[in-house]
Design a protein around this ligand. Structure first.
Ligand SMILES: O=C1O[C@H](COP(=O)(O)O)[C@@H](O)[C@H](O)[C@H]1O
Length: 256
């Protein structure tokens, strides 16, 4: 049975430390059980903060980083190395500082990649890479953790409200006309994200408060994509107090 939880932290720094420690612990648990782990990284501002926290966290020593597969939930479809790519930012803030296995780092293609400047073709390339790492009859790996930032409009990954990608049944989708720059993106879709063991929605700041409250009021996933994701075992909302400010009082356990 799937479960859900909401944890409210006093500020973005504590949120980042908490996410970093949780992630290292979750990976260590997966490695203890299966010898390896797979995580899906998010982009955005809160990712940069918890990446930095993880690089300093003592708990990072509980993980064998060479036995972790790193995937991305979405990518801004720009040339490799562009500073606005989620991959570039994750390498600079996290992966370049840990002893990861380069063969286990799976960035989404850039617009200068083998599929060319076509986000749909690049998405199909990434779907093939996911299929190559899936088990049995699955077409994507069953990730241990998918981490997702939450946009002010309640988007997650590059699944934006009322956009065609929110209806997509293929595992990865090319996005054109995203309301947040850049307009061309690649994203995992709901069916792929929702096969993960755990899904973590991470949000900080007052700008996210309405989106978090909307998503948790159980609207449809087309209206609020953050409402359309869940882990097979657990869905975790990890918030700072400002992002939780519009939630009903019962969710705001922290009162300091
Ligand atoms: O563009 C994106 O934005 C979201 C949210 O970013 P934030 O800076 O508002 O936290 C992010 O989750 C997504 O991965 C990224 O491509």
């Amino acid at each position: 049975m799937t479960t859900a939880s909401v944890v409210v932290h006093p500020n973005p720094d504590v949120l980042a430390e908490s996410v970093a420690a949780r992630l290292a612990t979750r990976i260590a648990d997966a490695q203890a059980a299966r010898g390896q782990a797979s995580v899906v990284l998010t982009g955005g501002r809160i990712a940069a903060k918890f990446h930095a926290a993880l690089c300093q966290s003592p708990v990072r020593h509980a993980v064998d980083w060479s036995r972790v597969d790193f995937w991305w939930g979405d990518e801004r479809f720009l040339p490799t190395g562009d500073p606005d790519r989620n991959e570039t930012q994750a390498r600079e803030s996290l992966l370049d500082h840990l002893p990861v296995d380069p063969d286990r780092v799976h960035p989404m293609p850039g617009s200068d990649g083998p599929a060319g400047d076509d986000p749909e073709a690049a998405a199909a390339d990434y779907a093939r890479r996911l299929a190559d790492h899936a088990s049995g009859d699955d077409i994507v790996p069953r990730f241990d953790v998918v981490m997702l930032g939450v946009g002010e409009d309640a988007h997650v990954a590059s699944l934006f409200p009322r956009q065609p990608a929110t209806y997509e049944e293929r595992p990865v989708v090319g996005v054109r006309g995203a309301p947040k720059p850049p307009p061309h993106r690649i994203s995992l879709t709901f069916p792929t994200i929702n096969l993960a063991d755990e899904v973590w929605l991470i949000a900080a700041g007052s700008g996210k408060a309405d989106a978090v409250a909307l998503a948790m009021s159980k609207p449809g996933p087309v209206q609020a994509p953050a409402a359309g994701v869940h882990g097979v075992s657990h869905t975790r909302w990890l918030l700072d107090r400002a992002a939780a400010a519009a939630l009903p009082a019962r969710f705001r356990s922290l009162r300091r």
